[in-house]
Design a protein around this ligand. Structure first.
Ligand SMILES: O=C(O)CCC(=O)C(=O)O
Ligand SMILES: [Fe+2]
Length: 272
């Protein structure tokens, strides 16, 4: 076997490409607030002739709620996005957008940077104030940063403590109107497909009923002790794909030396 082992074949442009799927650290070994570097062990993905690596990626996301990849060589970010879209069978909702750390003073006042600047971003799901947030969030390092972490929390841990029923009854609302409306939504929404959607964002949504207040406060309190995985997009080509209906993510503060960090972000799965 060559090393690194190229697990992708049939690259859309027929160009050589390789991609590693990194094994996540065992969850019970991830201590809250640890800065431990992410395990670089490769998942034992054996690429049999003609068998798409998509299965390995889908399995990893279904099991862990996220998958970390190292792009060793790929055509373009657009190719990568098409490949992830095919692997996870969700259409591209929005193409790559560059994200750079910004001071509060130069960012939109209704953005995370406008509110938190270079400080920690609180744990959240993206577009939690939308009725249906996009299913997958993809972060690709264009310019990595060794001291900036992407903490991730599994909502399953929160749901098992607060209660499925309680969270399903917890009504919330956007803090500001979305397209002129303030729809009532649930913190936890069972979907007809059997999937469920957990939304969380203290910055952009607020409780909208007595049960909502109870659920919201319970989650806010538990977040402090929830086990979290600290992932680091440390070098160009580091990628993390996050199930945005299941996992919460954040961003640690950005030190002076890492102000040059640049990520590309894209979403998969229709949002409304
Ligand atoms: O910069 C990052 O690492 C992620 C930022 C983020 O979570 C967001 O803008 O929603
Ligand atoms: Fe985010």
């Amino acid at each position: 076997m060559r090393w690194p082992h190229p697990i992708l074949t049939g690259w859309p442009l027929g160009q050589p490409s390789a991609l590693w799927i990194n094994a996540p650290p065992p969850f019970d070994r991830v201590e809250r607030d640890t800065q431990a570097t992410y395990s670089r062990a490769m998942l034992q993905v054996t690429q049999e002739e003609g068998q798409p690596s998509s299965n390995a990626m889908r399995e990893a996301v279904n099991r862990d709620g996220y998958v970390a990849l190292d792009i060793v060589d790929f055509g373009t970010p657009e190719n990568l996005l098409q490949l992830l879209s095919a692997a996870l069978t969700e259409r591209v909702f929005s193409p790559w957008k560059s994200l750079k750390p910004r001071a509060k003073s130069v960012a939109s006042p209704v953005s995370y940077s406008g509110m938190y600047g270079f400080e920690d971003f609180p744990m959240h799901s993206d577009m939690a104030n939308w009725k249906t947030p996009p299913r997958y969030l993809i972060l690709l390092a264009q310019s990595g940063a060794k001291t900036v972490q992407t903490p991730i929390i599994d909502s399953a841990w929160l749901i098992s403590r607060v209660g499925q029923t309680e969270l399903t009854r917890s009504l919330v609302q956007p803090r500001r109107p979305i397209q002129g409306r303030l729809p009532l939504m649930r913190l936890l929404e069972p979907k007809p497909s059997g999937q469920q959607l957990f939304r969380w964002d203290q910055t952009f949504i607020k409780p909208a009923s007595p049960a909502g207040l109870i659920g919201f406060s319970a989650v806010a309190k538990l977040l402090k002790q929830a086990p979290r995985t600290e992932f680091c997009l440390e070098k160009a080509g580091s990628v993390i794909v996050i199930d945005n209906w299941r996992m919460l993510h954040g961003r640690s503060s950005v030190s002076q030396e890492d102000r040059g960090r640049e990520l590309f972000r894209a979403y998969l799965g229709g949002a409304t």
